[in-house]
Design a protein around this ligand. Structure first.
Ligand code: SF4
Length: 351
């Protein structure tokens, strides 16, 4: 059961409530380099990214946000630390959401100036608390990182609410998977604002994918989380791909190809590993939710292949092609991938 949360508008989308769990990412270009940033956002859009965040660390980056916004199609989030004036410029430039940590913006008056402008522009704020920057006073108070993250978020909410501001999205990310899970679980019980979930500084593609899948998987399975960001030390397009894989694996979204392939064993008599990698590569940009079974032999092969939209069960240097439960034909090993692709194209699926 999904946790019930308030719904917040962001550009032409909504976060929370019964809305689909949105996949977001963050650019790693210099934001002030408009063409590099726009090009990367276009790549992210192609991969299915639904919300994009950019780091705004100087006046120039804040001033070009209007131009970036005009050239992209998904909501734009400005990520701002320390300098409240950058937030005001970003808001004037038409951003769709602001990510701040009120704890590092300075005085109440400065937070108030930001909140007044966000109200005027009808832009939501994400309070993004992060284990790497949680203020000492919270750690000193509780000596417990989970509690420190949640206390920091609750204090920030109090500040915004005291200013009559309620369009809030929250995150309490840590680089530790258990800490992140516990912090979100604790926070989810205390507020009904939508939650942006993620494991921060999760690492390279392999380690970041595993940490994100474990951490976000637990939370999402418990119904916690309204938008996800997978953090990887990699091209952000990879974050989007992993994000959808996590959501697809829990049947929360359907996007792209789901390949069911066996691990291979002594019974396999075709080059299955090579074949499945080739299929994955060729279908990399396919957004259609296609289920493909690539199985090594007749033990589990026909059963799985029949469940899939399309599939192959290996034999001796050949494969039996199935589609929607029907056996189509036997083809030689070297033709299997091409035949599968042709069958997919015959079904008018855009690859
Ligand atoms: S499907 Fe066949 S080849 Fe693949 S792991 Fe199972 S028994 Fe082995």
């Amino acid at each position: 059961m999904r946790r019930t949360s308030k719904q917040i508008k962001i550009g032409n989308l909504k976060i929370g409530g019964n809305e689909p769990i949105l996949v977001q990412s963050m650019t790693n270009t210099k934001t002030s380099d408009v063409s590099a940033t726009v090009n990367q956002i276009k790549e992210l859009e192609k991969a299915g990214c639904e919300i994009v965040r950019v780091a705004v660390l100087d006046k120039k980056s804040a001033e070009v946000l209007g131009e970036i916004k005009r050239r992209i199609n998904i909501p734009l989030v400005a990520d701002i630390h320390f300098d409240y004036r950058l937030a005001l410029i970003a808001l004037e430039n038409g951003i769709d959401k602001l990510r701040i940590n009120p704890g590092n913006i300075g005085s109440y008056e400065r937070v108030k100036a930001i909140v007044e402008k966000t109200k005027e522009k009808e832009v939501p704020i994400r309070i993004g608390v992060n284990s790497g920057s949680v203020a000492d006073k919270y750690m000193n108070r509780s000596k417990n990182l989970v509690k420190a993250l949640v206390d920091s978020a609750l204090d920030s909410i109090e500040i915004l609410e005291s200013l009559g501001f309620y369009d809030i999205v929250l995150s309490v990310k840590a680089s530790s998977v258990p800490v992140t899970i516990e912090a979100y679980q604790l926070l989810a019980k205390q507020v009904d604002y939508p939650l942006h979930i993620g494991i921060t500084e999760a690492g390279t593609i392999l380690s970041g994918t595993v940490k994100s899948a474990v951490g976000l998987g637990v939370l999402l399975y418990e119904g916690v989380g309204d938008t996800i960001r997978v953090s990887l030390t990699a091209n952000p397009v990879e974050e989007v791909k992993v994000g959808y894989k996590i959501l697809n694996s829990l049947d929360l979204r359907k996007r792209g190809v789901d390949i069911i392939s066996c691990p291979t064993c002594g019974r396999c008599e075709i080059d299955l590993i090579e074949m499945v990698n080739e299929i994955e590569k060729r279908l990399e940009s396919c957004a259609y939710p296609l289920k493909i079974a690539v199985m090594g032999c007749v033990v589990n092969g026909p059963g799985e292949a029949k469940e899939a939209d399309i599939g192959v069960a290996g034999g001796k240097k050949e494969g039996l092609i199935f589609a929607k439960g029907k056996t189509l034909r036997k083809v030689a090993q070297e033709d299997i991938v091409d035949v599968l692709m042709a069958e997919i194209e015959n079904r008018k699926i855009e690859i």
